[in-house]
Design a protein around this ligand. Structure first.
Ligand SMILES: C[S@@+](CC[C@H](N)C(=O)[O-])C[C@H]1O[C@@H](n2cnc3c(N)ncnc32)[C@H](O)[C@@H]1O
Length: 358
């Protein structure tokens, strides 16, 4: 057989790299199982466990738990002890078991089964150009989105985030009308509503599953100053009634972000502030790859979710996970009628924050 001469060492290295991706994918599936079944939480709570003990703590079957533990230990996520038991290091417990810890990350894996379940449908999207809305991932998908950024929101939104936006704390303390556009399950809005009981908060969302989660979260929080709206039935008002509007991690997902930004401008008071969070990114693919060690994962999430959502209507903008970079945000804000724009000094593992004013 003729063809290019192969360098066998490079061939082996490349195959290893490809199978490293497969290893990450199947271990990720098992992380989502460990999270859903409470296996990490039980290990964190009870300390080192044999497979029999862990199965007993979680009401699961020992043989399955043993194989799961072998995967997790081989992937070096779980430690093995000299007596044959398995344990989480304190750091692993923060990332995998402690839902309220700022470093908690297992929530990000809970969307995977829904995302991967729709991969074959995406073949059609590649052909037609039309993607899927967030609701395609069902109620569990909405729960996964909710858990993704909740640790940062619950730990830092009020003490760090609000403090960074000029004059926002004072307004919220005095009593303000606030909207969150693309509010998801309302995690940020409920956090603000708890901290600032004299203000009133309105969440606007396209996903019915996210709104169902939001209603449940509101009931649990038992707050009287929060309301949620479906954007098709109750769009943003155009009377400038809001003195602060948030849009967190959603503009890059929107089919028509320019129209939504113009609607945000109309809903905002002349002296109001628009607080934006979106994924840190750069104007070019080359910069994203050079500067972002998670670029491959981000472009992957884009195809599976963000860009797909942003192309879910004909003519959709299709910005995608890394598509709403600072220069574009500035330009689009200006086009929507905002004259001032500032990047905020807020640390976040993946997001950049901005404030824009009319
Ligand atoms: C990644 S989620 C972020 C949700 C929430 N802000 C959070 O931080 O958890 C993006 C959300 O934008 C919503 N979305 C997309 N297009 C929208 C639109 N035109 N109006 C309102 N929400 C929209 C999606 O349904 C999805 O819930």
């Amino acid at each position: 057989m003729s063809g290019p001469r192969l360098d066998h060492e490079r061939l082996r290295d490349f195959a290893k790299r490809v199978f490293g991706q497969l290893s990450g994918a199947v271990t990720s599936a098992l992380i989502s199982l460990g999270d859903a079944l409470g296996l990490y939480r039980a290990l964190a709570e009870h300390g080192p466990c044999s497979s029999t003990e862990l199965a007993a703590h979680t009401g699961t079957s020992e043989r399955w738990v043993r194989e799961w533990l072998y995967n997790q230990a081989a992937a070096e996520l779980i430690e093995t002890r000299a007596d044959g038991r398995f344990a989480l290091s304190p750091e692993a417990a923060c990332v995998l078991a402690e839902e309220t810890h700022p470093a908690f990350g297992a929530g990000m894996f809970s969307q995977l089964p829904q995302q991967l379940g729709l991969v074959s449908e995406l073949q059609q999207s590649f052909r037609s150009g039309l993607g899927l809305r967030y609701d395609a991932f069902g109620p569990e998908g909405a729960r996964g989105v909710e858990r993704g950024f909740a640790p940062w929101i619950k730990n830092f939104l009020v003490p760090v985030g609000v403090a960074a936006v000029t004059g926002l704390r004072e307004r919220l303390e005095a009593g303000a009308q606030v909207a969150d556009v693309g509010c998801g399950a309302g995690v940020a809005l409920l956090e603000l509503a708890r901290a600032f009981p004299d203000s009133e908060f309105h969440g606007y969302e396209l996903s019915r599953h996210a709104l169902e989660r939001a209603a449940r979260n509101l009931e649990e929080a038992a707050l009287g100053n929060v309301h949620f709206h479906h954007v098709d039935e109750e769009p943003l008002p155009d009377d400038g009634r809001y003195s602060a509007i948030l849009s967190f991690d959603c503009l890059h997902d929107m089919a028509q972000p320019g129209q939504v930004m113009a609607a945000i401008r109309r809903a905002l008071a002349g002296d109001g502030v628009w607080w934006i969070a979106d994924i840190k990114s750069f104007a070019s693919f080359e910069e994203n790859v050079a500067e972002n060690p998670m670029a491959a994962m981000m472009y992957g999430f884009s195809v599976l979710t963000c860009m797909s959502s942003a192309l879910s209507e004909p003519g959709g903008a299709g910005l995608g996970t890394l598509g709403f970079h600072e220069a574009l945000a500035r330009k689009m804000a200006r086009d929507a009628g905002f004259t001032r724009f500032r990047r905020l000094d807020i640390e976040h593992p993946v997001n950049a924050f901005y404030e824009a004013r009319p």
